[in-house]
Design a protein around this ligand. Structure first.
Ligand code: PLP
Length: 397
């Protein structure tokens, strides 16, 4: 297939890996049986799910029975948060959740939803790099807390959170209070570059296949044995009563193949992406006056280059890049009508004059140095044009 565009939005989604496609193909065609069927076609599908579950369990370092296949990452996260919250509330054990102010909306809106059922949420703040302090998280735990949910890496600015330290601090605090507190992590942005082994000591972990070259609409929820959990989908009892509904056999097979591949080449992926994003960042900081890196300089996903341009606006820059053949993103849209910047940038304390003009450029294995150099050659003009046309109040300093 000819490549006509430069794709720098791998945090949004990724291209299906050929091995994932191969793994999926039989179940989109001849092997279409329902895994609950008692005949050969059904048994073939059930076997494929077993194989996929074993493979995902190996990548996570957990038992196959602890792996639940879900719909997209959003579903996995909803299931985790609501599943623990309702189980513990039903048992009379509490109604408080601790999370951070920079989580994906799947987490934040799940917590908002639970407020209708009497839950309260503490949103732990972050510093100007988007880093969460383990001590702050532990201090937010109280005698009603049932769940702590902290993301592994941020989807907008790429900051990687100190999750092992956070879980340690929460476990110590929980022990001192003699409370059982479940810990969930949204690891949706981590699967390409980070170790997902549950030595991270979480109780629940969410993944989304399309972020690591698997199919869209398929995800994984790891639930450690013994974790309190009420299922969000009731029905035929699939996935050991934890997620009812006829299984997405092709999606599950594709997810497992993609995860296996992503974890196998994790080191090489990180090296390649780090080289490209460093080239990009250094080039932009040199050639565009007033450009600034967002997020942590080191503790960041290797493929993420998030930049702010004082006095420019995201939407016109994205449109200009698109006309020039470059697919990029602002991470989360600054709602143009209201000029409301992303909740992540607001939480990091970024002023509006910067937060209104940001670009998230996330590379992947198929990007090349030539592509980065092309972006570097057009970006100064794109930023200058946007600044010249920016609405009053955002003019460059
Ligand atoms: N969590 C994070 C950190 C994400 O980046 C995303 C998607 O952008 C999600 C959750 C939601 O995943 P999905 O698109 O598979 O529902």
């Amino acid at each position: 297939m000819t490549k006509t565009r430069i794709y720098l939005d791998h945090a949004a989604t990724t291209r299906l890996h050929p091995q994932a496609l191969e793994a999926m193909r039989p179940f989109l065609d001849g092997e279409f049986g329902n895994p609950s069927g008692r005949y050969v076609l059904g048994k073939q599908a059930a076997r494929a799910i077993d194989k996929a579950r074993n493979s995902v369990a190996e990548a996570l370092g957990c038992r196959p029975q602890e792996v639940v296949f879900t719909g997209p990452g959003t579903e996995s996260i909803n299931a985790a948060i609501k599943g623990v919250a309702f189980a513990q509330q039903f048992a009379g054990l509490g109604n408080h959740i601790v999370t951070t102010s920079i989580e994906h909306h799947a987490v934040l809106h799940s917590c908002d939803y639970l407020s209708k059922f009497g839950f309260e949420t503490t949103h732990v703040p972050v510093d100007s790099y988007g880093l969460v302090s383990p001590e702050d998280v532990a201090r937010s735990v109280n005698e009603r807390t049932v769940l702590v949910s902290v993301m592994l890496a941020n989807n907008e600015v790429g900051t990687v959170e100190p999750l092992a330290d956070i879980t340690r601090a929460v476990r110590e605090r929980a022990e001192s209070m003699r409370r059982r507190i479940s810990i969930h992590t949204d690891a949706v942005q981590g699967a390409n570059a980070l170790d997902l082994n549950v030595k991270l000591d979480v109780d629940l972990l969410s993944l989304s296949a399309h972020k690591f070259c698997g199919p869209k609409g398929a995800g994984v929820l790891y639930i450690k044995r013994g974790t309190p959990f009420l299922e969000h989908m009731s029905g035929g009892g699939q996935e050991r009563q934890r997620r009812a509904g006829t299984e997405n056999v092709a999606g599950i097979a594709g997810t497992a193949a993609a995860l296996r591949e992503a974890q196998a080449v994790r080191g090489e992926y990180a090296r390649h992406c780090r080289e490209l994003s460093t080239r990009l960042l250094e080039g932009v900081l040199k050639s565009v006056p007033g450009a600034k890196l967002t997020g942590h300089p080191d503790q960041r996903l290797p493929n993420n280059a998030h930049l702010s341009f004082e006095g420019a606006e995201s939407d016109p820059m994205l449109a200009a890049l698109d006309r020039l053949g470059v697919a990029a993103s602002a991470g989360s849209a600054c709602t143009s009508a209201t000029w409301e910047p992303s909740h992540v940038l607001t939480a990091m304390g970024m002023p509006l004059s910067r937060a209104a003009g940001v670009l998230r450029l996330t590379c992947g294995p198929e990007n090349s140095e030539d592509e980065i150099d092309y972006v570097l050659s057009v970006l100064p003009g794109v930023v200058a044009e946007s600044r010249a046309k920016a609405r009053p109040g955002l003019s460059a300093k």
